[in-house]
Write a protein that binds this ligand. Structure first.
Ligand code: PEP
Ligand code: MG
Length: 576
């Protein structure tokens, strides 16, 4: 019998859907660099050749930026700005020219030496921010080298037929030259459910499996693959029956999506009439069109930190106010829930000179803690949000609240900012709901205290699960332990919902758990009032909500809470 075991790879389901096709292996391109000694008389020519390569790289990056803006939106396009800035760095410009006249060798060789030196200096750093910046410099150097070596086509451009892209990692810049209409799936060595690649694939609506560890060394270009972005599996050389099954499932899913989209204008309401607020998670103003297309009735999580990333200076109050107003206005009359800055200090290091390295940033100065420590940054954001409040129906939520006093401190600053604006005669909306995000176990356990002071609670399961179970949410080695059905998580969700309701407040969920349709009935039964999910998941969720009654969902929740084994709980939910 044929050994089918070796053909299955299990990773992490990162973007839903099924992709079938031939592998296109995106290999790290090896450029062959040779050292060439130059005569003095050839130096001027070599400098001119180098400058020409820099100019060509600049032009390429500018084109990339336009393309990224078109395809991926502003957030991802900012990476091109970072690259353009790197291109002006003396390491890649003046220093190379200086070395050229000193050493009298070719430009390619000197760039290579500069990269090796950078690696030697920074390789041992554990800090993600610096490691990412080094990768960016290497990426830009690579582009200059390609121009010097006269390599015109990138590997991505060689995709001419429908393919499954297999790569070690995938950055927004890697997708620029990718004909995304030909890409039927991604299979990636690294990453977790909330990694950059996962979010990217979701926004491109391409099925993806990540965290496959060594898939790049197990397949080659031309091999036949099935990507199951729902289950997180990849099958190499599927047998005819498996292929037939998957093709059928894919057709069913396409038909289902077409049917589901017809529900767009119907309310998300249970059979017995409980109205659920079904909203969307987004990162930029450009995402709003998708939100409306899929029939969301609001934004339940706007991750404002994206406006602060990959840039050289902090966004001003005006820039922020303009951005927030644009989103709130487009969403009218539906609410837009802005989450204040959720960022670790490391990401803002260029602007904060006193910032000290943290050995464990996930347990460090993040989100609300960071904002309380740097109130000027916080106040600027709050002023901008309040200014946007007359343009739409806005809500504000603080992330990573770990207890009552932190939440009250945040509210106090907000109140001060409000009074300041009133004194400046800036028009404000008279009623803005202020919520606490519940994603730290200490906040979940004291949710009753928070519910008394907040207008609403929103459960961030991505972090709540990682902190409760002590499982890093983006580490593929412990991914199997990241279990939303762990009884501790279910009990916490129940506690949070009960706490909110006992104070007459509504409670939502904006973590990925809300997007998983296996959990919809259970979450309804635990009494969740609002679900906030990736826009494309809205129609499916709506159809489940519209076919479920509260008594049925409560029965399911009760039964699941009585089970001690999360595998059994999942089986039960799959059967419901
Ligand atoms: C969460 O933690 O569940 C959440 C929605 O926030 P983020 O994924 O941005 O940390
Ligand atoms: Mg979170």
């Amino acid at each position: 019998m044929e050994n089918t075991e070796s053909k299955f790879f299990h990773g992490i389901a990162a973007s839903p859907g099924i992709g079938v096709g031939k592998v296109f292996l995106l290999e790290k391109e090896e450029l062959i660099i040779v050292k060439k000694s130059l005569h003095k008389k050839d130096l001027v020519k070599e400098v001119a050749r180098f400058r020409k390569a820099l100019a060509a790289t600049r032009k390429e990056l500018q084109q990339d930026k336009l393309e990224m803006l078109k395809v991926l939106g502003k957030t991802h396009a900012r990476l091109a700005d970072v690259y353009l800035l790197i291109l002006e760095d003396p390491i890649l410009t003046k220093d190379i020219e200086k070395q050229m006249s000193k050493e009298q060798v070719n430009a390619e060789f000197l760039i290579q030496i500069a990269i090796e030196k950078l690696h030697r200096t920074f390789d041992n750093l554990t800090d993600d921010y610096f490691r990412e910046r080094i990768n960016d410099i290497v990426e830009v150097s690579h582009k200059i080298l390609r121009h010097l070596l006269g390599k015109e086509k990138t590997q991505q451009e060689e995709i001419t037929e429908e393919s499954i892209v297999v790569a070690h990692n995938l950055l927004p810049s890697d997708t620029i030259n990718l004909k995304t209409n030909l890409v039927k799936g991604f299979a990636i060595d690294v990453g977790g459910k909330t990694s950059h690649t996962a979010l990217l694939a979701q926004s491109l609506e391409i099925p993806a499996v990540v965290g496959l560890k060594d898939i790049t060394s197990r397949v080659k270009t031309g091999d036949f693959l099935i990507i199951d972005g729902n289950q997180g599996t990849v099958i190499l050389d599927p047998d005819p029956q498996a292929l037939k099954n998957y093709k059928r499932e894919k057709e069913i899913q396409i038909r289902e999506t077409q049917d589901l989209i017809k529900l767009r204008d119907l309310p998300a309401q249970t059979v017995d009439g409980k109205r659920i607020e079904l909203s969307a998670n987004i990162e930029t103003a450009e995402d709003v069109k998708n939100v409306l297309y899929y029939g969301a009735e609001g934004i339940g999580l706007f991750r404002t930190e994206y406006l602060f990333m990959n840039r050289e200076s902090l966004p001003s109050e005006e820039e922020q106010a303009e951005h927030y107003s644009r989103v709130a206005k487009k969403m009218m009359p539906y609410p837009t829930l802005f989450r204040t800055l959720d960022i670790g200090g490391d990401k803002l290091k260029p602007f904060i000179h006193s910032y000290a390295e943290e050995s464990n940033p996930f347990l460090g100065l993040r989100a609300l803690r960071f904002c309380l420590k740097y109130p000027d940054i916080f106040r600027t954001q709050l002023r901008a949000l309040l200014k946007a409040s007359t343009e739409g129906n806005i809500r504000i939520m603080f992330p990573m609240v770990s207890g009552l006093s932190e939440f009250l401190q945040g509210k106090e600053i907000l109140e001060n900012v409000k009074n300041e604006l009133i004194r400046e005669r800036v028009p404000l909306s008279p009623r803005i709901e202020i919520g606490a995000m519940i994603e730290v176990p200490s906040a979940a356990i004291t949710a009753d205290l928070l519910a008394k002071e907040a207008d609403f609670l929103s459960i961030g399961t991505n972090d709540l699960i990682q902190y409760t179970l002590a499982v890093d949410r983006i580490n593929e080695n412990v991914a199997s332990m990241y279990d939303p059905l762990h009884l501790s998580i279910l009990r916490l969700i129940k506690m949070i919902c009960d706490a909110a309701h006992s104070h007459g407040k509504w409670v939502g969920m904006c973590g990925e758990m809300a997007s998983d349709t296996h959990f919809t009935k259970l979450l309804l039964g635990l009494d969740l009032d609002e679900f906030s999910v990736v826009p494309a998941f809205i129609p499916k969720l709506k159809s489940i909500i519209r076919s479920t009654s509260l008594p049925e969902s409560r029965r399911i929740a009760e039964e699941i809470l009585s089970l001690k084994d999360s595998n059994k709980a999942l089986e039960r939910l799959k059967a419901s």
